[in-house]
Design a binder for this molecule. Structure first.
Ligand code: HEM
Length: 137
């Protein structure tokens, strides 16, 4: 069997955190309609329970993301790679901001728009992460 390297641990932690942050949002979105029907009072506590897992995962994404930036040595990459990584970080920051609006917002609009844009920008960051490895300049 192959032996793991520091890059294995770095990308493993980054992708694991991405699965919790992105996958968790979709799992919760799938559960909420049933919760709302069967036990409406459980919806908010369930969302808060997810937030207690999601935000530490987001913190791991940022820390391992910065570690990625150091290891990748972005200054030595193509302009196309640099544009992609810049857009990816922009989407990641937007994902955190929109999700915060969704979580702290008091209006229905903040809840709906924050939630939808938070999920969209999270999926966008995920796609650009894969593009970094598979895209051509
Ligand atoms: C919502 C937030 C984020 C998601 C969903 C995400 C997802 C991903 C994914 C799936 C990869 C590809 C891993 C692979 O192919 O092995 C990746 C790579 C990468 N990510 Fe993120 N990421 C996020 C946030 C960040 C942040 C905040 C940074 C920088 C501060 C960052 C920097 C990087 C870098 C530099 C790579 C390339 C690593 C390499 O080639 O070794 N990511 N990301």
């Amino acid at each position: 069997m192959l032996s793991p390297t520091a890059a294995t641990i770095r990308l493993f932690l980054h992708v694991l955190a991405a699965t919790i942050w992105v996958g968790g949002q979709f799992a919760l979105a799938g559960l909420v309609p049933t919760l709302r029907t069967v036990a409406p009072e459980a919806t908010k506590p369930a969302a808060r329970a997810f937030a207690r897992l999601a935000w530490p995962a987001f913190a791991v994404l940022v820390v391992t993301g910065l570690w990625n930036l150091v290891e990748v040595d972005v200054s030595n990459t193509s302009t196309a790679y640099q544009v992609t990584i810049f857009l990816k970080i922009l989407l990641a920051v937007a994902a955190g901001a929109f999700t915060l609006v969704h979580q702290l917002g008091t209006s229905k609009v903040a809840l709906a728009v924050g939630g939808a844009l938070g999920a969209l920008t999270s999926v966008g960051a995920l796609f650009l992460g894969i593009l970094l490895h598979t895209g051509t300049s």
